[in-house]
Design a protein around this ligand. Structure first.
Ligand SMILES: Cc1ncc(C[n+]2csc(CCOP(=O)(O)OP(=O)(O)O)c2C)c(N)n1
Ligand code: SF4
Length: 284
């Protein structure tokens, strides 16, 4: 690292972390969530957002701990309900930038219905989903994204359910912006998060992250480096994927911006209804 980079990361740490209160953090050494925390902070800084006008909401899980460490307005809610709290906050004060951070279990198992309908309504929120393919915090039970055949605390003979794709689900349900990244491709991840925050409407950034402790160790990837190499080798960019045959893509996953479309957000539509109702009430 150059002196300039060291000074820059010290500035970001000082400005955005609750460094004097909440550390040391709870994550295992080498957990991917710390990388995502860095990306989020750089995205917020790059966009020049006022941190007093930014709300970070999470549910419960290792991923859900992230807001505890940042000096924004933060709310650590109940498991699966980050989007419901975030929706209420955004509708009560549309001027706020509202971001949620959720694990794959949090967002798509217990919180799955809220996720689908937040996307369908196109609520103007940013949803960061940390997909480590497992329930990390509670000891490695399988989640909706645990791969078929893999081992977990609740699939000790190999998982018999099929995983779904969070990004595909978000696209089908109607999100305005859907992107997928990994903790290996960090500069690209910074850009994907920046794009999601900037976008009007519901944005989803699904991030493949390593839980070597609960997932990797059971599946022949016992340390962060092995998991990072797996992300490096399995990920294919959108541009490259467009030139590949379906069978070449069978074992891979696609990263980059997967959907970016404009349509009215619920938040804007709701404001129009409020304005109309006020006019009716005043007989205008
Ligand atoms: C209503 C409710 N059910 C279950 C739990 C227990 N619980 C806490 S975190 C968690 C799953 C965490 O997995 P995930 O959301 O994927 O996040 P990770 O820990 O992997 O980041 C569960 C089941 C809870 N806290 N509340
Ligand atoms: S259990 Fe997994 S997700 Fe949780 S902190 Fe450890 S490595 Fe990260």
């Amino acid at each position: 690292m150059t002196e300039k980079t060291i000074a820059e990361s010290a500035r970001l740490r000082h400005e955005y972390l609750r460094h004097d209160k909440k550390f040391p953090h709870v994550w295992c050494p080498g957990c991917g969530i710390g990388i995502i925390l860095g990306s989020l902070i750089r995205a917020v800084d790059r966009l020049g957002l006022n941190k007093d006008k930014l709300v970070l909401a999470s549910g419960i899980g290792c991923s859900g701990r992230l807001p505890v460490y940042v000096d924004f307005n933060t709310i650590h809610t109940t498991h699966g309900r980050a989007l419901t709290f975030a929706t209420g906050i955004k509708l009560a004060n549309p001027a706020l930038n509202v971001i949620t951070v959720m694990g794959d279990g949090d967002a798509t198992a217990i919180g799955g219905n809220h996720f689908i309908h937040a996307a369908r309504r196109n609520i103007n929120l940013t949803a960061i989903i940390i997909n480590n393919q497992i329930y990390g915090m509670t000891g490695g039970q399988y989640s909706p994204t645990t791969p078929y055949g893999s081992l977990s605390a609740t699939s000790t003979y190999g998982h018999i359910e099929h995983a779904f794709s969070i990004s595909d689900l978000a696209i089908t349900a109607g999100a305005s912006y859907v992107a997928k990244g990994t903790v290996y491709h960090v500069p690209a991840l910074d850009k994907l998060i920046t794009g999601g925050i900037e976008k009007e409407g519901f944005s989803v950034i699904e991030i493949m992250s390593n839980c070597h402790t609960q997932y990797g160790r059971r599946n022949k990837m016992p340390d962060p480096v092995t998991m990072m190499k797996w992300f490096r080798d399995q990920a294919v960019s959108v541009t490259k994927a467009a030139k590949m045959a379906p069978d070449e893509l069978a074992e891979k996953f696609i990263i980059g911006v997967l959907a970016d479309r404009d349509k009215p957000s619920y938040t804007t539509e709701y404001q129009h209804i409020r304005d109309r109702a006020l006019k009716v009430a005043k007989n205008e």
